[in-house]
Design a protein around this ligand. Sequence first.
Ligand code: PGA
Length: 241
Amino acid sequence: MKKLVVANLKMNLGLEAAQKYITTIKGQITNQLLVIICPSFPFLSLFKSAEYQLGSQNTFYKKDGNYTGEVSPSQLKSLGVKYIIVGHSERRLIFHETNKIINQKVAAVLKENLYPILCVGENKEQKLLHKTPVVIKEQLNEALKKIDQEMLNDVIIAYEPIWAIGTGLTPTPGEINSMGEFIKRVMSFEYNANNTRVLYGGSINQNNIKSIFSLENIDGVLIGGAAVNPDLFIETLNKIS
Ligand code: PGA
């Protein structure tokens, strides 16, 4: 199976910059990788391409109705979106998304036969108290409540320590690999999902991508800051392809 690279462009780029981004990366992405680009909602159609997959940074859990400002998985699917990030720590912290909401979103994404990229991760304090595995396990258990057994292998887990996002800090490759193994073990023992893909995200850059990408229990990376500039993004991808 191809390893994944998810580019989370967050709330960056205007129309012109988005157009420039698309022309800059055209023809630059090797098909050895499964690259998923997640631009802001207004630019999703613009980014549609045969060279990479389209991802969304968020979704709501209802299919349609009176939910001003929200976008549903089925609407995203109609634009060609295949992957949807759910439960990013910025959604949890800034927009107060609870585990219950995240659980509803995971279910709604799977219902449309799309792939949720479920983000989990500990904060600095939890890390210092050595609570990382407990925190991650709880986030997984809450987010995966009552999810159909046959669909669990479609859930991609992104391990994103909150203290590593946008800070330039990362766990050691050994710590990342152990967390990948831990998550796979939880998915296998508790959910009988034996093909779970685990990504790492948090301060991935040109210098660290290769060592993290090649870890045995890591199936890809989620890149934020280093993906916003298209030239830097391609340079970063070139380190692993
Ligand atoms: P970063 O963001 O690469 O800028 O740390 C990663 C993320 O938020 O997913």
